[in-house]
Structures are given as C-alpha cells and as structure tokens.
Design a binder for this molecule. Structure first.
Ligand code: FAQ
Length: 333
C-alpha cells in the first residue's frame, strides 16, 4: 500500500486536529471503508495503533509461553517420530512469536519493551497456557483443541486491516493446520488403542474442552474491545460467533475420534443456525487472566529463567554487531 496521499480535506468540526491529521484520518477512513490495508508508514489513529500493539503483542507472548506445556513433553514422547514432530511444532510456535513481535514492532514499540512487559507480569497472554499438560494425550488435546481454536480465531485475522499482521497470520495459520492434524492423529491413535489409552484421551479432551472455548475471549456483552476492533476490520467476527463456529467443527470431529465432548448442552439450533454450548465458568477465566490460574506463576518463572539464560546470546549478538559496524567504518575510512 502506498503512503497516504495527504490532501487537505474540509474541516469536519474537529478543530483540534492539524490539517495533516485530518487528511490522514480521511485517508485511513477511506482505506477501512474500502476494506483495504493500512501499512506501517501510513497515518493511523493512535487508538488503532494502541489496540493493534496490544493484540499483536499479547498474541506473540501467547505463542512464546505456549511453547512450555508441550516442550515439557519432548523428552517423554513415546517414539522418535513423535519426538521429532513435537519438537518441530514447538519450534514453529517460537517462529510465530517472532513474526508477531516483528509485526508489532512496525507499530513503533521495540521488541525488548514488549518482552519486558511480559517478564514484568504486566502483559496478558492466552489463558489456555496456564493449564497443566498432565499426560501424553494432552499433546493430542492441545493440538486438536487449542490449535483448532487458534485456527478458528486466526483465519479471519488473515484479513486484518493492518498489513503486517494479516500477512503474518497467513503463514501462521498454515502451520497451525499441521499442528491441529498432528494433535487429532495422536488422539485417534490413543482412542483406538488399549482401554487405558482411550481413557487417557477422553480425560485430556474433558480437561481441555472448556479452557479451549475460553480462548475466544469473554462473551460479546463483556468484550470491551470487540466493537471497535470490528469497526476497524481487525476482528471480523465476535468472540461468541467464533466460539460457536468452533464448537460446531469439533462436535463433528469428535465422532471420528470415538470420544465425547463434556458438554451436556451441546446442540445445533436449527432456528438460529448456531451451535449452543454449555455456560462457561467466566469467574475461572477472569482468575486465570488475572494471574491466578493453575500454572501462571510457573510459566512466568520459566520464561524469566529462559530470558536470563539467554543473556550471553544477546551479548554475543551485540558484540558481533559492533564488530561488523567497526569493520565497515574502517573500510569506509
Ligand atoms: N486469554 O475485549 P476482548 C495459540 C483479554 S495463540 C487472555 O474480547 P479482544 C497458538 C483481552 O486481551 C492463542 N486474555 O479483547 C498456540 C482483553 O484484555 P485487555 C492466542 C484474554 O482483544 C497453540 C480483555 O480480555 N491467540 O493458541 C483472552 O477484542 C498451541 C477483554 O477481551 C491470539 O492472541 C484469553 N483467552 O479479543 C501456541 C489471537 N481473551 O488487553 C502454542 C489474537 C480475552 O483489554 C501451542 N487475539 N482476553 O486488558 C484475538 O483474536 C483477540 O485479542 C481475542 C480477545 C479474541 C483473544
């Protein structure tokens, strides 16, 4: 997208804005109305920049913290093949974090600032990663339900109005599809295994079902950001719309697995064309995002430890950058 053609526009009663800002706002409004894309150097309202920095950085933190529940199982994977698949998946999540931090940085906040917010416990990340991964079957449930919910939420974000975010999401969604399939395949194998394996698979689905539905965020009438984010073409569907759509997908897939979803109220409502699911425990959700979930403290402690252990890499990178700059200067002299 080319930079905004900053043409003066007639004042629309907004006297406190400079002429340049009014022109920028008019350009921005036109781009949004045309369902086109805003690029980093384009003019954008501060609130748009802020909400995107918030959402993209929370998303990046989720990918990085989200590596932990599965990384714990790499050494315990039941075969070499399973181990290498799981390692590849965890590495993919790190890559997603990097694309997303890069996209967030184009809005003006450096990555180390965003990272510090996470380390200080001031930034949110997805509630789901504060639940423990207790058995090998949890690797299946995380892939099928957590990556499945992530895809349902993120495919519409490929059309987000902010270019770098939408483009990052295209690649992320492709990789998440592979993740979901590998999770489904783990559960399929277990559910067709011994009675103990099937029980382990069902137990994992039972524990991850409600937390996976909460990934879509609070109910629409308690979602302060949705309305504006939808008006700006960042979000394309509301939290509840995506949640019920996801429930409909897994309601069919669970039959193939030969397992059940722990939801006595699950049904398709012919009248509204929507899936109905049980009421979720929103107090639990609030507690988890306020830092009081089963694993919040453990996840942050592990992240801080990894950050400290990585100090030598940052120092080496800085020294290398300095050496390269010195060499370039000496060459130019
Ligand atoms: N957890 O007004 P809304 C993955 C916060 S990636 C924690 O509805 P919004 C890949 C929300 O930030 C999973 N906090 O907010 C993977 C806001 O807080 P604030 C992450 C939550 O932004 C798989 C407040 O509540 N995906 O799984 C949650 O319009 C396996 C009010 O909520 C994304 O981040 C939550 N679940 O809608 C990795 C996708 N829900 O900042 C490893 C991008 C809400 O106002 C292994 N994000 N909050 O204080 C989004 O689509 C949106 O940000 C929503 C929330 C839908 C998450």
């Amino acid at each position: 997208m080319a930079a905004a053609p900053l043409q003066p526009v007639p004042a629309s009663g907004e006297t406190s804005l400079s002429e340049e800002d009014r022109a920028g706002q008019a350009y921005f409004d036109r781009i949004i109305a045309d369902d086109s894309r805003i690029e980093p150097k384009d003019w954008m309202p501060e609130a748009y920049r802020k909400t995107l920095t918030r959402q993209i950085s929370q998303h990046a933190h989720s990918e990085i913290i989200g590596m932990q529940p599965e990384a714990n199982w790499i050494t315990r994977a039941p075969s070499l093949k399973r181990k290498s698949i799981l390692m590849a998946k965890v590495q993919d999540e790190a890559g997603h974090g990097l694309y997303l931090y890069s996209a967030a940085e184009t809005l003006g906040t450096p990555r180390d600032v965003l990272n510090q917010q996470l380390l200080d416990g001031k930034a949110k990340y997805s509630s789901i990663f504060n639940y423990p991964a207790r058995s090998w079957a949890d690797m299946g449930a995380i892939g099928w339900l957590v990556d499945g919910a992530a895809i349902a939420n993120q495919v519409p974000l490929c059309r987000a109005s902010f270019g770098p975010y939408g483009r990052a999401m295209v690649r992320i969604c492709k990789e998440e599809s592979f993740h979901q399939r590998q999770g489904f395949e783990i559960l399929l194998e277990l559910s067709h295994g011994t009675p103990a394996q099937k029980k382990m698979a069902q137990d994992a689905v039972d524990r991850f079902y409600a937390p996976a539905l909460m990934m879509f965020g609070p109910p629409d009438d308690d979602s302060p950001n949705s309305k504006q984010s939808m008006a700006w073409n960042i979000k394309r569907f509301s939290n509840d719309e995506l949640r019920q759509r996801f429930v409909g997908m897994i309601a069919e897939q669970v039959k193939v697995l030969g397992l059940t979803l722990p939801d006595p109220e699950l049904r398709f409502d012919e009248e509204t064309g929507k899936w109905i699911h049980m009421e979720l425990d929103w107090q639990e959700f609030k507690d988890v995002i306020a830092g009081r979930g089963p694993c919040n403290a453990q996840r942050l402690a592990r992240r801080r430890e990894a950050h400290e252990n990585g100090a030598w890499v940052r120092e080496a990178a800085r020294a290398y950058a300095q050496k390269t700059a010195d060499k370039r200067k000496a060459g130019a002299a």
